[in-house]
Design a protein around this ligand. Structure first.
Ligand code: LLP
Length: 470
Protein backbone atom coordinates (compact mmCIF):
# COMPACT_ATOMS: atom_id res chain seq x y z
CA UNK A 1 0.00 0.00 0.00
CA UNK A 2 1.10 3.60 -0.47
CA UNK A 3 2.16 5.30 2.74
CA UNK A 4 -0.56 7.89 2.38
CA UNK A 5 -3.31 8.05 -0.19
CA UNK A 6 -2.57 11.69 -0.88
CA UNK A 7 1.09 10.83 -1.41
CA UNK A 8 0.85 10.32 -5.11
CA UNK A 9 -0.83 13.69 -5.52
CA UNK A 10 2.38 15.31 -4.37
CA UNK A 11 4.45 13.56 -7.00
CA UNK A 12 5.33 14.84 -10.43
CA UNK A 13 4.46 13.89 -13.93
CA UNK A 14 7.28 11.37 -14.28
CA UNK A 15 6.04 7.90 -15.14
CA UNK A 16 6.65 5.16 -12.59
CA UNK A 17 9.79 3.24 -13.47
CA UNK A 18 7.89 0.12 -14.50
CA UNK A 19 5.72 1.92 -17.07
CA UNK A 20 7.34 1.68 -20.50
CA UNK A 21 7.28 4.71 -22.78
CA UNK A 22 5.08 3.56 -25.68
CA UNK A 23 6.65 3.32 -29.09
CA UNK A 24 3.10 3.74 -30.41
CA UNK A 25 0.54 5.19 -28.01
CA UNK A 26 -2.29 3.80 -30.18
CA UNK A 27 -1.04 0.22 -30.03
CA UNK A 28 -3.18 -2.50 -28.44
CA UNK A 29 -0.62 -4.25 -26.24
CA UNK A 30 -0.95 -8.02 -26.72
CA UNK A 31 -2.27 -9.77 -23.63
CA UNK A 32 -4.03 -6.68 -22.31
CA UNK A 33 -6.90 -6.72 -24.78
CA UNK A 34 -9.45 -9.47 -25.31
CA UNK A 35 -8.88 -11.73 -28.29
CA UNK A 36 -11.19 -10.04 -30.81
CA UNK A 37 -9.92 -6.49 -30.16
CA UNK A 38 -8.38 -4.55 -33.02
CA UNK A 39 -8.48 -1.07 -34.56
CA UNK A 40 -11.13 -0.67 -37.27
CA UNK A 41 -10.71 1.30 -40.51
CA UNK A 42 -11.56 4.55 -38.70
CA UNK A 43 -8.99 3.88 -35.99
CA UNK A 44 -11.57 3.08 -33.31
CA UNK A 45 -11.09 0.03 -31.12
CA UNK A 46 -13.38 -2.76 -32.22
CA UNK A 47 -14.31 -5.73 -30.05
CA UNK A 48 -16.44 -8.68 -31.10
CA UNK A 49 -16.74 -6.90 -34.45
CA UNK A 50 -18.41 -3.84 -32.88
CA UNK A 51 -16.62 -0.51 -32.67
CA UNK A 52 -16.53 1.29 -29.34
CA UNK A 53 -17.90 4.42 -31.00
CA UNK A 54 -21.01 2.48 -31.99
CA UNK A 55 -21.27 1.05 -28.49
CA UNK A 56 -20.95 4.50 -26.96
CA UNK A 57 -23.77 5.76 -29.20
CA UNK A 58 -26.10 2.80 -28.77
CA UNK A 59 -25.34 1.65 -25.21
CA UNK A 60 -23.96 4.83 -23.69
CA UNK A 61 -21.05 5.11 -21.28
CA UNK A 62 -19.76 4.00 -18.90
CA UNK A 63 -20.30 0.42 -19.97
CA UNK A 64 -18.65 -2.93 -19.41
CA UNK A 65 -18.03 -4.56 -22.79
CA UNK A 66 -17.59 -8.32 -22.54
CA UNK A 67 -15.99 -10.21 -25.43
CA UNK A 68 -18.05 -13.41 -25.40
CA UNK A 69 -15.67 -15.46 -27.54
CA UNK A 70 -12.77 -14.46 -25.32
CA UNK A 71 -14.54 -15.41 -22.09
CA UNK A 72 -15.69 -18.75 -23.42
CA UNK A 73 -12.35 -19.60 -25.01
CA UNK A 74 -10.59 -18.99 -21.69
CA UNK A 75 -13.14 -21.07 -19.81
CA UNK A 76 -12.75 -23.97 -22.23
CA UNK A 77 -8.99 -23.65 -22.22
CA UNK A 78 -8.87 -24.02 -18.42
CA UNK A 79 -11.36 -26.90 -18.62
CA UNK A 80 -9.23 -28.73 -21.21
CA UNK A 81 -5.93 -27.98 -19.52
CA UNK A 82 -7.17 -29.41 -16.20
CA UNK A 83 -8.68 -32.49 -17.87
CA UNK A 84 -5.51 -33.09 -19.85
CA UNK A 85 -3.13 -32.59 -16.92
CA UNK A 86 -4.95 -35.17 -14.79
CA UNK A 87 -6.08 -37.47 -17.61
CA UNK A 88 -3.85 -40.32 -16.48
CA UNK A 89 -5.42 -40.20 -13.03
CA UNK A 90 -8.90 -39.62 -11.62
CA UNK A 91 -9.45 -36.50 -13.75
CA UNK A 92 -9.21 -32.73 -13.46
CA UNK A 93 -12.11 -30.31 -13.50
CA UNK A 94 -12.74 -26.56 -13.39
CA UNK A 95 -15.37 -24.67 -11.42
CA UNK A 96 -15.71 -21.06 -12.60
CA UNK A 97 -15.61 -18.74 -9.57
CA UNK A 98 -18.82 -16.76 -9.98
CA UNK A 99 -17.76 -14.17 -7.42
CA UNK A 100 -15.50 -12.63 -10.09
CA UNK A 101 -18.51 -11.91 -12.33
CA UNK A 102 -21.85 -13.65 -12.57
CA UNK A 103 -25.13 -13.18 -14.39
CA UNK A 104 -27.53 -15.75 -15.79
CA UNK A 105 -26.11 -15.69 -19.31
CA UNK A 106 -22.56 -16.24 -18.04
CA UNK A 107 -23.82 -19.14 -15.91
CA UNK A 108 -25.37 -20.63 -19.08
CA UNK A 109 -22.08 -20.29 -21.00
CA UNK A 110 -20.25 -21.97 -18.14
CA UNK A 111 -22.79 -24.79 -18.20
CA UNK A 112 -22.67 -25.21 -21.99
CA UNK A 113 -18.89 -25.19 -21.91
CA UNK A 114 -18.85 -28.00 -19.37
CA UNK A 115 -17.41 -26.24 -16.32
CA UNK A 116 -18.71 -26.38 -12.77
CA UNK A 117 -19.67 -23.23 -10.86
CA UNK A 118 -18.41 -21.96 -7.51
CA UNK A 119 -20.93 -19.73 -5.70
CA UNK A 120 -20.24 -18.15 -2.34
CA UNK A 121 -23.61 -16.77 -1.25
CA UNK A 122 -27.30 -17.49 -1.53
CA UNK A 123 -27.48 -14.62 -4.03
CA UNK A 124 -24.96 -16.20 -6.38
CA UNK A 125 -26.74 -19.54 -5.97
CA UNK A 126 -30.01 -17.82 -6.91
CA UNK A 127 -28.44 -16.54 -10.15
CA UNK A 128 -27.16 -20.04 -10.95
CA UNK A 129 -30.59 -21.55 -10.29
CA UNK A 130 -32.36 -18.88 -12.35
CA UNK A 131 -29.98 -19.71 -15.20
CA UNK A 132 -30.83 -23.38 -14.89
CA UNK A 133 -27.26 -24.24 -13.94
CA UNK A 134 -27.10 -27.89 -12.79
CA UNK A 135 -26.87 -27.88 -8.97
CA UNK A 136 -24.86 -31.11 -9.04
CA UNK A 137 -22.00 -29.15 -10.70
CA UNK A 138 -22.30 -26.26 -8.24
CA UNK A 139 -20.12 -25.75 -5.15
CA UNK A 140 -21.31 -23.57 -2.29
CA UNK A 141 -18.63 -21.62 -0.44
CA UNK A 142 -18.74 -19.09 2.39
CA UNK A 143 -17.19 -18.63 5.82
CA UNK A 144 -20.52 -17.65 7.41
CA UNK A 145 -23.29 -19.45 5.59
CA UNK A 146 -26.77 -18.94 6.96
CA UNK A 147 -29.09 -21.84 7.73
CA UNK A 148 -31.26 -20.66 4.84
CA UNK A 149 -28.33 -20.78 2.41
CA UNK A 150 -27.34 -24.28 3.50
CA UNK A 151 -30.95 -25.49 3.41
CA UNK A 152 -31.47 -24.14 -0.08
CA UNK A 153 -28.24 -25.71 -1.29
CA UNK A 154 -29.26 -29.10 0.11
CA UNK A 155 -32.81 -28.85 -1.20
CA UNK A 156 -31.68 -28.13 -4.76
CA UNK A 157 -28.89 -30.71 -4.51
CA UNK A 158 -25.60 -28.84 -4.87
CA UNK A 159 -22.65 -31.13 -5.57
CA UNK A 160 -20.52 -29.84 -2.71
CA UNK A 161 -20.79 -27.59 0.29
CA UNK A 162 -17.35 -26.30 1.18
CA UNK A 163 -17.33 -26.22 4.96
CA UNK A 164 -15.19 -23.49 6.48
CA UNK A 165 -15.28 -24.02 10.27
CA UNK A 166 -15.82 -26.65 12.97
CA UNK A 167 -19.12 -25.01 13.88
CA UNK A 168 -20.34 -25.34 10.32
CA UNK A 169 -19.94 -29.14 10.49
CA UNK A 170 -22.60 -29.25 13.19
CA UNK A 171 -24.70 -26.70 11.33
CA UNK A 172 -24.73 -28.66 8.06
CA UNK A 173 -25.28 -31.96 9.91
CA UNK A 174 -28.27 -30.47 11.74
CA UNK A 175 -29.86 -29.10 8.57
CA UNK A 176 -29.18 -32.25 6.54
CA UNK A 177 -30.69 -34.37 9.32
CA UNK A 178 -33.80 -32.19 9.41
CA UNK A 179 -34.17 -32.57 5.64
CA UNK A 180 -33.51 -36.30 5.85
CA UNK A 181 -30.63 -36.05 3.41
CA UNK A 182 -26.87 -36.49 3.26
CA UNK A 183 -24.78 -33.37 2.62
CA UNK A 184 -21.77 -33.69 0.28
CA UNK A 185 -19.03 -31.83 2.09
CA UNK A 186 -15.58 -30.54 1.22
CA UNK A 187 -13.46 -29.13 4.02
CA UNK A 188 -11.54 -25.92 3.38
CA UNK A 189 -8.06 -26.26 4.83
CA UNK A 190 -5.89 -23.30 5.78
CA UNK A 191 -2.44 -24.43 4.80
CA UNK A 192 -0.43 -21.57 6.28
CA UNK A 193 0.94 -20.50 2.87
CA UNK A 194 1.94 -16.84 2.61
CA UNK A 195 0.81 -16.09 -0.93
CA UNK A 196 2.69 -13.30 -2.68
CA UNK A 197 -0.19 -10.96 -3.37
CA UNK A 198 -1.97 -8.01 -1.79
CA UNK A 199 -2.75 -8.84 1.86
CA UNK A 200 -6.50 -8.27 1.32
CA UNK A 201 -6.64 -11.10 -1.23
CA UNK A 202 -4.29 -13.64 0.40
CA UNK A 203 -6.31 -16.36 2.11
CA UNK A 204 -4.13 -19.23 3.32
CA UNK A 205 -1.93 -17.61 5.98
CA UNK A 206 -3.01 -18.38 9.54
CA UNK A 207 -4.25 -15.01 10.78
CA UNK A 208 -7.42 -14.59 8.68
CA UNK A 209 -11.02 -15.72 8.72
CA UNK A 210 -11.10 -18.53 6.16
CA UNK A 211 -10.81 -22.26 6.59
CA UNK A 212 -9.78 -24.90 9.09
CA UNK A 213 -6.25 -24.48 10.35
CA UNK A 214 -3.88 -27.28 9.54
CA UNK A 215 -1.29 -26.37 12.14
CA UNK A 216 -3.80 -25.87 14.96
CA UNK A 217 -5.27 -29.30 14.32
CA UNK A 218 -8.72 -28.05 13.33
CA UNK A 219 -8.38 -29.55 9.86
CA UNK A 220 -7.75 -33.08 11.14
CA UNK A 221 -10.47 -32.72 13.76
CA UNK A 222 -12.92 -31.54 11.08
CA UNK A 223 -12.17 -34.60 8.95
CA UNK A 224 -12.68 -36.90 11.94
CA UNK A 225 -16.00 -35.27 12.83
CA UNK A 226 -17.23 -35.28 9.24
CA UNK A 227 -16.46 -38.97 8.86
CA UNK A 228 -18.35 -39.70 12.07
CA UNK A 229 -21.39 -37.59 11.21
CA UNK A 230 -24.48 -39.44 10.08
CA UNK A 231 -25.69 -36.95 7.48
CA UNK A 232 -22.39 -35.81 5.97
CA UNK A 233 -20.42 -37.35 3.16
CA UNK A 234 -16.78 -36.27 3.00
CA UNK A 235 -16.24 -35.49 -0.69
CA UNK A 236 -12.73 -34.12 -0.31
CA UNK A 237 -10.42 -31.34 0.84
CA UNK A 238 -10.21 -27.78 -0.43
CA UNK A 239 -7.44 -25.21 -0.41
CA UNK A 240 -7.43 -21.70 -1.85
CA UNK A 241 -4.31 -19.63 -1.18
CA UNK A 242 -5.31 -16.24 -2.53
CA UNK A 243 -5.85 -14.26 -5.69
CA UNK A 244 -3.78 -12.60 -8.45
CA UNK A 245 -0.88 -15.00 -7.81
CA UNK A 246 1.88 -15.56 -10.36
CA UNK A 247 4.25 -17.78 -8.44
CA UNK A 248 3.29 -21.49 -8.51
CA UNK A 249 5.43 -22.00 -5.41
CA UNK A 250 2.45 -21.19 -3.19
CA UNK A 251 0.30 -23.84 -4.89
CA UNK A 252 3.16 -26.30 -4.49
CA UNK A 253 3.44 -25.78 -0.74
CA UNK A 254 -0.35 -25.89 -0.31
CA UNK A 255 -0.71 -29.09 -2.35
CA UNK A 256 2.12 -30.72 -0.40
CA UNK A 257 0.56 -29.87 2.94
CA UNK A 258 -2.91 -31.02 1.91
CA UNK A 259 -1.54 -34.30 0.55
CA UNK A 260 0.42 -34.85 3.78
CA UNK A 261 -2.91 -34.48 5.56
CA UNK A 262 -4.55 -36.99 3.20
CA UNK A 263 -1.77 -39.46 4.08
CA UNK A 264 -2.23 -38.88 7.79
CA UNK A 265 -5.99 -39.39 7.49
CA UNK A 266 -5.47 -42.69 5.71
CA UNK A 267 -2.97 -43.81 8.32
CA UNK A 268 -4.85 -42.73 11.43
CA UNK A 269 -8.48 -42.90 10.35
CA UNK A 270 -8.27 -45.57 7.67
CA UNK A 271 -10.04 -43.34 5.16
CA UNK A 272 -8.71 -42.41 1.71
CA UNK A 273 -9.69 -38.96 0.48
CA UNK A 274 -10.25 -39.08 -3.26
CA UNK A 275 -10.89 -35.45 -4.24
CA UNK A 276 -8.95 -32.21 -3.84
CA UNK A 277 -9.89 -28.72 -4.88
CA UNK A 278 -6.92 -26.39 -5.12
CA UNK A 279 -8.98 -23.22 -5.58
CA UNK A 280 -8.33 -20.37 -7.97
CA UNK A 281 -6.13 -17.31 -7.79
CA UNK A 282 -4.24 -17.41 -11.09
CA UNK A 283 -2.91 -13.97 -11.90
CA UNK A 284 -3.78 -11.93 -14.99
CA UNK A 285 -2.03 -9.15 -16.89
CA UNK A 286 -3.41 -5.76 -15.85
CA UNK A 287 -0.35 -3.96 -17.23
CA UNK A 288 3.05 -4.71 -18.72
CA UNK A 289 4.50 -5.63 -15.31
CA UNK A 290 2.46 -8.82 -15.19
CA UNK A 291 3.44 -12.05 -16.93
CA UNK A 292 0.77 -14.69 -16.35
CA UNK A 293 1.36 -18.37 -17.12
CA UNK A 294 -0.82 -20.20 -19.58
CA UNK A 295 -3.56 -22.51 -18.24
CA UNK A 296 -1.61 -25.47 -19.65
CA UNK A 297 1.60 -24.50 -17.84
CA UNK A 298 -0.32 -23.93 -14.60
CA UNK A 299 -2.27 -27.17 -14.73
CA UNK A 300 0.73 -29.26 -15.85
CA UNK A 301 2.89 -27.70 -13.15
CA UNK A 302 0.39 -28.37 -10.41
CA UNK A 303 -0.32 -31.88 -11.70
CA UNK A 304 3.40 -32.63 -11.51
CA UNK A 305 3.50 -31.48 -7.90
CA UNK A 306 0.41 -33.49 -6.93
CA UNK A 307 1.70 -36.62 -8.69
CA UNK A 308 5.09 -36.38 -6.98
CA UNK A 309 3.60 -35.85 -3.54
CA UNK A 310 1.11 -38.67 -3.92
CA UNK A 311 3.79 -40.99 -5.23
CA UNK A 312 6.00 -40.28 -2.22
CA UNK A 313 3.07 -40.81 0.17
CA UNK A 314 2.02 -43.94 -1.75
CA UNK A 315 -1.41 -42.47 -2.33
CA UNK A 316 -3.51 -42.67 -5.49
CA UNK A 317 -3.63 -39.30 -7.28
CA UNK A 318 -7.00 -37.82 -6.34
CA UNK A 319 -9.50 -36.14 -8.61
CA UNK A 320 -8.39 -32.50 -8.66
CA UNK A 321 -10.52 -29.44 -9.31
CA UNK A 322 -9.74 -25.72 -9.61
CA UNK A 323 -11.75 -22.54 -9.23
CA UNK A 324 -10.38 -19.79 -11.47
CA UNK A 325 -12.50 -16.66 -11.68
CA UNK A 326 -10.27 -13.73 -12.56
CA UNK A 327 -8.23 -15.62 -15.17
CA UNK A 328 -11.42 -16.43 -17.10
CA UNK A 329 -13.52 -13.29 -16.64
CA UNK A 330 -10.89 -10.58 -16.18
CA UNK A 331 -9.29 -10.29 -19.61
CA UNK A 332 -12.63 -10.70 -21.43
CA UNK A 333 -13.94 -7.24 -20.60
CA UNK A 334 -13.06 -3.59 -21.05
CA UNK A 335 -14.78 -0.63 -19.45
CA UNK A 336 -15.71 2.09 -21.89
CA UNK A 337 -15.77 5.64 -20.53
CA UNK A 338 -16.31 9.07 -22.00
CA UNK A 339 -13.85 11.78 -21.10
CA UNK A 340 -15.41 14.80 -19.39
CA UNK A 341 -12.75 17.18 -18.23
CA UNK A 342 -9.00 17.24 -18.78
CA UNK A 343 -7.15 19.22 -16.15
CA UNK A 344 -3.44 20.01 -16.11
CA UNK A 345 -2.56 20.46 -12.46
CA UNK A 346 0.62 22.43 -11.63
CA UNK A 347 2.54 20.78 -8.82
CA UNK A 348 5.29 23.36 -8.41
CA UNK A 349 8.42 23.91 -10.47
CA UNK A 350 8.32 22.01 -13.73
CA UNK A 351 6.02 19.35 -12.30
CA UNK A 352 2.45 18.83 -13.28
CA UNK A 353 -0.07 16.04 -13.61
CA UNK A 354 -2.78 15.67 -16.21
CA UNK A 355 -6.08 14.47 -14.73
CA UNK A 356 -8.45 12.92 -17.23
CA UNK A 357 -11.91 12.66 -15.66
CA UNK A 358 -14.27 9.99 -16.96
CA UNK A 359 -17.98 9.39 -16.42
CA UNK A 360 -17.59 6.44 -13.98
CA UNK A 361 -14.96 5.74 -11.38
CA UNK A 362 -14.66 3.98 -8.05
CA UNK A 363 -18.31 2.84 -8.17
CA UNK A 364 -17.52 0.65 -11.20
CA UNK A 365 -13.88 -0.08 -10.37
CA UNK A 366 -12.92 0.05 -6.71
CA UNK A 367 -9.87 -2.14 -7.25
CA UNK A 368 -7.43 0.74 -7.74
CA UNK A 369 -8.46 2.33 -4.45
CA UNK A 370 -8.88 -0.94 -2.56
CA UNK A 371 -5.90 -3.02 -3.72
CA UNK A 372 -3.61 -0.39 -5.20
CA UNK A 373 -4.23 -2.10 -8.56
CA UNK A 374 -2.44 -0.65 -11.59
CA UNK A 375 -4.70 -0.64 -14.62
CA UNK A 376 -3.88 0.44 -18.14
CA UNK A 377 -5.99 2.37 -20.66
CA UNK A 378 -6.15 3.54 -24.23
CA UNK A 379 -7.74 6.34 -26.21
CA UNK A 380 -10.22 4.10 -28.01
CA UNK A 381 -12.41 6.18 -30.35
CA UNK A 382 -9.56 7.29 -32.63
CA UNK A 383 -5.85 7.08 -33.20
CA UNK A 384 -3.73 10.13 -32.50
CA UNK A 385 -0.42 11.35 -33.86
CA UNK A 386 0.27 13.38 -30.72
CA UNK A 387 3.10 12.55 -28.34
CA UNK A 388 2.32 10.25 -25.40
CA UNK A 389 1.81 11.99 -22.09
CA UNK A 390 1.45 10.42 -18.64
CA UNK A 391 -2.05 10.97 -17.28
CA UNK A 392 -4.09 9.89 -14.31
CA UNK A 393 -7.59 8.69 -15.15
CA UNK A 394 -10.03 9.61 -12.41
CA UNK A 395 -13.75 9.21 -11.91
CA UNK A 396 -16.64 11.51 -11.10
CA UNK A 397 -17.01 10.66 -7.42
CA UNK A 398 -16.67 13.08 -4.57
CA UNK A 399 -13.40 11.65 -3.34
CA UNK A 400 -9.78 12.29 -4.30
CA UNK A 401 -8.99 8.56 -4.04
CA UNK A 402 -11.42 7.99 -6.92
CA UNK A 403 -8.69 6.89 -9.31
CA UNK A 404 -9.28 4.39 -12.11
CA UNK A 405 -5.83 4.31 -13.71
CA UNK A 406 -2.99 5.74 -11.65
CA UNK A 407 -0.49 6.24 -14.44
CA UNK A 408 -0.72 5.60 -18.15
CA UNK A 409 0.38 7.24 -21.38
CA UNK A 410 -2.40 8.72 -23.48
CA UNK A 411 -1.95 10.96 -26.52
CA UNK A 412 -1.45 14.55 -25.41
CA UNK A 413 -4.51 15.71 -27.37
CA UNK A 414 -7.02 13.60 -25.38
CA UNK A 415 -10.05 15.81 -24.86
CA UNK A 416 -13.63 15.96 -23.63
CA UNK A 417 -15.85 13.65 -25.67
CA UNK A 418 -13.09 11.15 -26.39
CA UNK A 419 -13.57 7.53 -25.36
CA UNK A 420 -11.14 5.82 -23.03
CA UNK A 421 -11.13 2.04 -22.62
CA UNK A 422 -9.72 0.32 -19.55
CA UNK A 423 -8.93 -3.35 -20.28
CA UNK A 424 -9.10 -6.41 -18.00
CA UNK A 425 -12.06 -5.20 -15.96
CA UNK A 426 -14.12 -8.39 -16.27
CA UNK A 427 -13.35 -9.71 -12.79
CA UNK A 428 -14.21 -8.03 -9.49
CA UNK A 429 -15.22 -4.70 -11.07
CA UNK A 430 -18.93 -5.12 -11.78
CA UNK A 431 -18.96 -7.67 -8.94
CA UNK A 432 -17.67 -5.02 -6.52
CA UNK A 433 -19.62 -2.12 -8.03
CA UNK A 434 -21.55 0.20 -5.75
CA UNK A 435 -23.95 3.08 -5.93
CA UNK A 436 -21.60 5.45 -4.14
CA UNK A 437 -22.80 9.04 -4.63
CA UNK A 438 -26.02 7.60 -6.06
CA UNK A 439 -24.31 6.76 -9.30
CA UNK A 440 -26.28 4.07 -11.15
CA UNK A 441 -24.29 0.99 -12.10
CA UNK A 442 -23.21 0.66 -15.76
CA UNK A 443 -24.60 -2.08 -17.99
CA UNK A 444 -22.69 -5.17 -19.08
CA UNK A 445 -23.02 -5.85 -22.78
CA UNK A 446 -21.70 -8.92 -24.59
CA UNK A 447 -20.22 -8.43 -28.03
CA UNK A 448 -19.84 -11.17 -30.62
CA UNK A 449 -19.73 -11.41 -34.42
CA UNK A 450 -20.58 -7.77 -35.02
CA UNK A 451 -23.52 -7.55 -32.61
CA UNK A 452 -24.00 -6.54 -29.01
CA UNK A 453 -26.63 -7.52 -26.48
CA UNK A 454 -27.30 -6.53 -22.92
CA UNK A 455 -26.47 -9.02 -20.17
CA UNK A 456 -27.16 -6.61 -17.32
CA UNK A 457 -28.97 -3.37 -18.11
CA UNK A 458 -27.86 0.03 -16.93
CA UNK A 459 -29.28 1.00 -13.56
CA UNK A 460 -31.47 4.07 -13.53
CA UNK A 461 -32.17 6.74 -10.96
CA UNK A 462 -35.62 5.12 -10.72
CA UNK A 463 -33.96 1.85 -9.66
CA UNK A 464 -32.11 3.69 -6.92
CA UNK A 465 -35.17 5.64 -5.81
CA UNK A 466 -37.16 2.41 -5.81
CA UNK A 467 -35.43 1.40 -2.59
CA UNK A 468 -36.29 4.66 -0.86
CA UNK A 469 -39.48 4.24 1.16
CA UNK A 470 -39.47 7.75 2.61
N1 LLP B 1 -12.08 -20.06 -4.86
C1 LLP B 1 -12.20 -19.47 -3.67
C2 LLP B 1 -12.50 -20.29 -2.49
C3 LLP B 1 -12.03 -18.09 -3.54
O1 LLP B 1 -12.13 -17.54 -2.34
C4 LLP B 1 -11.75 -17.32 -4.69
C5 LLP B 1 -11.60 -15.87 -4.60
C6 LLP B 1 -11.65 -17.97 -5.92
C7 LLP B 1 -11.82 -19.35 -5.97
C8 LLP B 1 -11.39 -17.24 -7.21
O2 LLP B 1 -10.16 -16.59 -7.22
P1 LLP B 1 -9.63 -15.93 -8.59
O3 LLP B 1 -9.28 -17.08 -9.53
O4 LLP B 1 -10.71 -15.10 -9.15
O5 LLP B 1 -8.43 -15.14 -8.19
N2 LLP B 1 -11.99 -8.88 -4.82
C9 LLP B 1 -10.61 -9.31 -4.97
C10 LLP B 1 -10.51 -10.79 -5.16
C11 LLP B 1 -11.15 -11.59 -4.05
C12 LLP B 1 -11.04 -13.06 -4.30
C13 LLP B 1 -11.88 -13.82 -3.36
N3 LLP B 1 -11.82 -15.22 -3.53
C14 LLP B 1 -9.98 -8.56 -6.13
O6 LLP B 1 -10.66 -7.75 -6.76
O7 LLP B 1 -8.81 -8.75 -6.43
Amino acid sequence: MRAHEAGALHGNDAAPTWLPYPADVNHLIPGLWSQTCRRDADGAVEVGGVSVTRLAEEVGTPAFVLDEDDFRARARRFRDAAAEAFRAHAGGEVYYAGKSFLCTEVARWVDEDGLGLDVCTGGELAVALRAGFPPARTALHGNNKSDAEIRRALEVGVGRIVVDSLGEIDQVERIAAALGTTAPVMLRITTGVEAHTHEFIATAHEDQKFGLSLSAGDAFEAIRRTLEATHLELVGLHSHIGSQIFDVGGFEVAARRVIDLVARVREELGHTITQLDLGGGFGVMYNTQHTPSTPEALMDGIAGIVEKQCHEAELPVPHVSFEPGRAIAGPSTQTLYTVGTVKDVRLGGPHHRVYVSVDGGMSDNIRTALYDADYSCLLSNRVSGERPEVVRVVGKHCESGDIVVKDEYLPADVEAGDLVSVPVTGAYCYALASNYNHVPRPPVVAVKDGAWRTLLRRETEEDLLGLDQG
